[in-house]
Each structure stands twice: as structure tokens, then as C-alpha cells.
Design a binder for this molecule. Structure first.
Ligand SMILES: *[C@@H]1O[C@H](CO)[C@@H](O)[C@H](O)[C@H]1NC(C)=O
Ligand SMILES: *[C@@H]1O[C@H](CO)[C@@H](O)[C@H](O)[C@H]1NC(C)=O
Ligand SMILES: *[C@@H]1O[C@H](CO)[C@@H](O)[C@H](O)[C@H]1NC(C)=O
Length: 613
């Protein structure tokens, strides 16, 4: 395959000795791991698989509406993320059903029915997705769309390949008949690949307009309608979406939306040579440039976590063009989206520093939840707490459980309700076995101190080390399910007895958790303080703005302190007290986004247990 380099790309080669290949710190690698025995048991894996399937079932049965082809309570970007989760779950299901139903009579039909059930919902969502509105939204909103359809294309590719190997054998008698030809057809899902790849391309092209070299020496701008703000999520998305385009975009021949003058009728579909071909080097260059920019941007804090992003001090009057005013807010998803990109950048370039950076980021996140990988246990003894007491905050969680700052006060918006699931989705992608690299010739350009087998072994060894922590989180999340199997947002509740914790309410519930110099704009809106939008004396008196119509919706119900005020879906379920028996009833309560989070964490554990043990 021809790789066309669209510009000078300087690649770092690793010059590390063989002995330094481990992705775990020495003090962790030398200690035993507590949790492997459980993760190895077949009963455990089967139960976990069942729970993952249930989480998906509830998400689709309770929240997806086939007649509109979407989850009507989601907003545009969260729906795009949910599409990614369904594609990811389909990938797991297509492999999981293989294992759990091995040899059983009728398993072929069962598997096919389950796969078709969710795959047809994805097709419905292709039409239900609010593509027209998303085209005018912020650059990050567009990039979730790209990732969602590329995830779906990956599933189609993998499922088609596995089916060719495991499908029913063509009977000798009918080998030459029409039936045999029908049985020989490629999986029907492939019919949709051109549509999905077209949408991925269109949205990548729209989003790539957000790249800007004039300010901050590069980087993606978040939102063209605000003062320049270059944030972690938009840049991480651009990196991960671009390297995924390079690897998985199968090309596109569809020239819609068409440029035409009124003299000529619009062509239905321009046929002919492929205009947008697969493995275009421009996607690789975009991903690598984006990566170089973000790692040199000083965006990580003293805990090694990505802060939210950068403003330009005094812009535009001061003439300053540097990204020098950092917003210190820390969100879970900002530590996640990059992970899938790091794995794929490694696969393409063989540069080990991408994997090293990814494992370091995961380890920093685990530490910031209050979990010691060295001891393979939470650092605080939370079992000694009095009811209602909370273990200390560690920067991104407590008691070893991942949390966003807003979880404790029940103040998470629809945005933040999606964050932890996103982290898990990209973590799952990162901790998968390294598939062969796309282009062996490209590999030869770089360091080959280690064989791909060496790297894969160490990579999976490090991933295996995260299982104890992941199990701890999945069990907590599982503990937040109500009688209908719906997951809550604040996973920590599933671990601790937080009955009556309605005492923590809203934004200022536990103020010391919000970092100094942080604007929690994803939950509480963009402040009118001259930093985000131009200062205007009248404007600044107004309440915070929400970007792009409905995509930054404030809480529909900031709090409901007395019983009987719970969302209708929760009424009468477990409201027995005058205050909160269940802290996950506060704020927005249980939603399709919190369900997606539950699905993502269970799937992460299921995949990791299956692949690394
Ligand atoms: C089935 O597909 C294979 C590979 O494409 C082809 O060689 C073969 O002739 C096909 N068989 C029938 C019956 O169409
Ligand atoms: C990185 O950002 C921090 C926080 O804004 C700042 O204190 C520090 O000086 C910056 N470092 C560099 C090298 O710019
Ligand atoms: C949890 O805390 C509540 C409130 O203090 C208490 O009534 C209840 O017994 C506790 N439950 C458990 C299992 O410890």
C-alpha cells in the first residue's frame, strides 16, 4: 500500500534498552496481584457477560425508540457516544456469544438474532442522528460522530471476517445452487458501510477546520462561537478520530453534499474513481501533529491529569497569542479519549512512547481515585466510616472509585453523566491486544528494538494489573442498579453506605473538590466573565450561557429535597424516607447516559478479564 506523506513528519524513535520495556513502575511490577483468581473463574466471566448484556438490554429497551431512531432523552453528542457503546458492545457480543454458547444447539440463530437486534438499532440511529444540527455545533460534538461510525465500521469488518470462518458449512449437495450463492454472500451489514464511512468523512472534514496554527502554536479550537479556547477533549478527539480515519475509513465515493449551480441538476451520486481513499496520510499527519501539540502544551497538572484547557490571556486586545491561561478543571473523560488514539498511533508507527504515555495516564487516573496498584487495594480504609461519612477525595475519585467532581453533590449535567463511561470505552480500546500493524514497510522506518510480541506481552501484562481496580469500580457501579436494572451516576454509592447523603447538594456541596482556577462549565455553563465570551456590562449580569442550543443543558431539576419530587420513572421505587435513601435519585437521576456508563464499565471488565487472564 502506498503511503503518501503530506508533509514533513518528524518521528521520535525510542532508544530504550530491552530491559526497560515494562509499562508498570518497578514497585508495582514486583508486587503480587490480589484479584486474579476470581477473574479467572468461568462462572465469574459468564456472570459478568450476562450483566453486560443486561446493561445493554436495559439501555436499548428503556431508552431507545425505534420510531425516531434515537434515544429521545439524549442530546446530540451524548447520542453519538451511545452509538459508540452499542458498536463496542456488538463487538464484545459477537465474540462473547461464540464462547458462552459454544457447541449449543441453535446457537447460530440466537447469536444472529441478538446481533441483528442491536445492529438494526444502529441503522435506525444513522437516520435518527441529528446530523444537520450537529454540523453547526462545536468541533468536539462533530468528532464524537466520526468516532461512532468508525466504531461501527470496525464491528462490521470484524464480524464479517469471523462469520466467514464460523458460518454454517455449505452442504455438498447444494454447493452449486442459488442457496449456496446466497450463503456465500458477505454479511448484510456491509451494505451500510458506505453510508457510515461517508458520514464519518463529512464530519471529520468539518471538524478539521477547527485546527488553528495562528494561536498557541497549533491545536484545535473548541467552539468557533466563543473566544479562543483550546481544550483537552477537542484535541484528544481530533487525535483519536484522525488515527482511526487513517486505519479504518474504507474510502468514500459519495460526493454529497453536492456543489452544483442552478443550471445543472444535482447528481444523485457521483460515480467514478474513489475520491476519498482509505489510509490517506493526511489523517496520520493530523493525528501526529495533534499529539505533538497536546503533549507539549503543558495541559497536565501536578497529578499528571489533563486539565480542561487553555485560554489566551488578554485576548484579543493584548496581542498575546499564547495559550497561557489554564482552566484547572479535571474531568474523567479528558483522561480517556486519548487512550484509543495512543494505541492506534503505536500500531501505525511502532513508536513505543505512545503506549508508555497511555499506561502512565491510566496509572495516574487510578492513583487519583485513591487506589494503590502496588497493594492492589484502595488506600483508605473506607469500611471504618460512619454512615454518611465520605472517604477523602484524591483528585478524580475516592475509595478507589472513579468520580467526577459533580457526582457527590448530585449536580452533574447531561454532559458529565456521560464522562465516566467515555473513559471506560476508550480504556477498553487501549487495553486490547495489539493487532498486526497496517503497514510493515512503515514499521521498518522506526525503531525495532522490540518485536511486536515483546510489546504485546508487556502491554497485556500492564493491562492485567488494572483488573483489581476495574473490578472494584464495576462492582460499585453494579451496586447502583435499581429494581429495573438501571444504573446510577455516582458509582461510589454502590460501595459505601451513603443512605441519607442528600446532605450533599449541588455545586458547592464539597467545594474543596473543585480545583482552584477551574470553571466547571460542562456542568454549570460558561461564566460571563470576559474570559470565555467578550465582556459586556449587561451580558455579564446574565446567567451562564449554554453553548449551541441544547447541547449544554443545565439540570432539569437542580434538586428535589423532599419525597414525591423524584422523576416519574423513579417515583415509588425506593423513596421510603424524607430524605434520600438513594443518592442517585438526586439531580437528573438515572438516565440513558448513566446507563451507558454502567454498560461501559461492565464491558471494560468483561473484555479485560477475557483478553488478559
Ligand atoms: C464463494 O466465494 C468464494 C470466494 O469469494 C468463491 O471463490 C466461490 O466461488 C463462491 N461460491 C459460490 C457457490 O458462489
Ligand atoms: C504550566 O502551567 C502551569 C499552570 O498554569 C504554570 O504554573 C506553569 O508555569 C506552566 N509551565 C510552563 C513551562 O509554561
Ligand atoms: C446505612 O446507614 C443508615 C443511616 O445511618 C442506617 O440506618 C443503616 O442501618 C445503614 N446500613 C448498613 C447496611 O450499614
Amino acid at each position: 500500500m502506498l503511503i503518501r506523506w503530506a508533509g514533513p513528519v518528524v518521528l521520535a524513535t525510542s532508544t530504550l534498552a530491552r530491559s526497560t520495556l515494562s509499562f508498570l513502575p518497578a514497585d508495582v511490577a514486583s508486587k503480587p496481584q490480589n484479584t486474579l483468581t476470581t477473574a479467572r473463574s468461568p462462572e465469574y466471566t459468564a456472570e459478568l457477560f450476562g450483566d453486560t448484556l443486561d446493561a445493554l438490554g436495559v439501555m436499548q429497551d428503556a431508552y431507545f425508540e425505534p420510531w425516531v431512531g434515537t434515544w429521545p432523552t439524549a442530546i446530540d453528542w451524548t447520542a453519538a457516544v451511545l452509538g459508540s457503546y452499542v458498536a463496542g458492545a456488538l463487538l464484545s457480543l459477537s465474540q462473547g456469544l461464540e464462547i458462552s454458547q459454544h457447541g449449543a444447539a441453535g446457537d447460530y440463530w440466537v447469536k444472529d438474532n441478538v446481533i441483528s437486534l442491536y445492529f438494526t438499532q444502529i441503522i435506525g440511529f444513522y437516520f435518527g442522528q441529528n446530523a444537520f444540527s450537529l454540523r453547526q455545533q462545536a468541533y468536539d460534538d462533530m468528532l464524537w460522530v466520526v468516532l461512532g461510525w468508525l466504531d461501527t465500521i470496525q464491528f462490521i469488518d470484524q464480524y464479517s471476517t469471523s462469520r466467514r470462518q464460523t458460518g454454517p458449512k455449505v452442504d455438498q449437495m447444494v454447493r452449486t445452487s442459488t442457496l449456496a450463492m446466497a450463503q456465500n454472500r458477505t454479511w448484510h451489514g456491509n451494505l451500510w458501510t458506505p453510508a457510515f464511512s461517508h458520514r464519518a468523512r463529512i464530519f471529520w472534514e468539518l471538524a478539521s477546520k477547527g485546527w488553528d496554527d495562528k494561536l498557541c502554536g497549533g491545536g484545535m479550537t473548541w467552539n468557533p462561537r466563543l473566544k479562543p479556547y483550546k481544550n483537552a477533549v477537542t484535541n484528544e478527539l481530533f487525535i483519536s478520530a484522525s488515527i482511526s480515519m487513517y486505519l479504518y475509513f474504507p474510502g468514500d465515493q459519495n460526493a454529497s453534499p453536492f456543489d452544483f449551480t442552478h443550471d445543472e441538476p444535482p447528481p444523485l451520486q457521483r460515480q467514478g474513481p474513489m475520491e476519498w481513499h482509505p489510509h490517506d496520510a493526511k489523517y496520520l499527519v493530523a493525528a501526529m501533529n495533534g499529539y505533538r501539540w497536546i503533549v507539549s502544551s503543558n495541559m497536565t497538572n501536578s497529578q499528571g491529569l489533563f486539565t480542561d484547557g487553555f485560554h489566551i490571556r488578554g485576548y484579543p486586545d493584548s496581542g498575546n497569542t499564547k495559550c497561557d491561561q489554564r482552566d484547572e478543571m479535571v474531568y474523567t473523560y479528558n483522561q480517556g479519549v486519548l487512550l484509543s488514539g495512543q494505541l492506534e498511533l503505536f500500531r501505525v508507527t511502532s513508536d513505543i512512547s505512545y503506549l508508555r504515555d497511555g499506561h502512565k495516564l491510566i496509572q495516574n487516573v487510578i492513583r487519583a481515585t485513591g487506589y494503590s496498584l502496588e497493594r492492589d487495594a484502595p488506600v483508605d480504609n473506607y469500611e471504618r466510616l460512619l454512615p454518611g461519612q465520605l472517604p477523602p477525595w484524591h483528585g478524580l475519585g475516592r475509595a478507589g472509585i472513579l468520580e467526577d467532581v459533580c457526582d457527590v453533590g448530585g449536580g452533574c449535567s447531561q454532559n458529565a453523566q456521560t464522562f465516566k463511561g467515555i473513559w471506560m470505552h476508550h480504556f477498553t480500546a487501549f487495553c486490547s491486544p495489539l493487532k498486526p500493524v497496517l503497514n510493515p514497510d512503515l514499521r521498518k522506518r522506526f525503531d525495532t528494538t522490540f518485536t511486536i510480541e515483546d510489546v504485546n506481552r508487556e502491554h497485556m501484562k500492564a493491562c492485567r494489573r488494572y483488573i483489581g481496580w476495574l473490578q472494584h469500580n464495576a462492582m460499585a457501579a453494579r451496586g447502583t442498579r435499581n429494581s429495573e436494572g438501571k444504573f446510577g451516576m455516582w458509582w461510589t454509592v454502590g460501595l459505601l453506605n451513603l443512605t441519607g447523603s442528600g446532605q450533599w447538594m449541588g455545586k458547592d456541596a464539597v467545594p474543596e473538590q473543585t480545583p482552584k482556577g477551574a470553571a466547571d462549565y460542562r456542568n454549570y455553563g460558561i461564566p460571563h466573565d470576559g474570559v470565555w465570551v467578550a465582556k459586556d456590562p449587561v451580558e455579564s449580569q446574565k446567567p451562564p450561557v449554554w453553548d449551541t442550543g441544547i447541547s449544554q443543558k443545565p439540570l432539569g431539576r437542580p434538586s428535589f429535597a423532599r419525597r414525591g419530587e423524584a422523576p416519574a420513572s423513579e417515583q415509588g421505587t425506593d423513596l421510603k424516607d424524607d430524605y434520600f435513601p438513594d443518592p442517585n435519585l438526586r439531580g437528573r437521576g438515572r438516565t440513558v447516559e448513566t446507563q451507558g456508563g454502567g454498560l461501559a464499565v461492565l464491558r471494560a471488565l468483561w473484555e479485560l478479564s477475557r483478553q488478559t487472564v
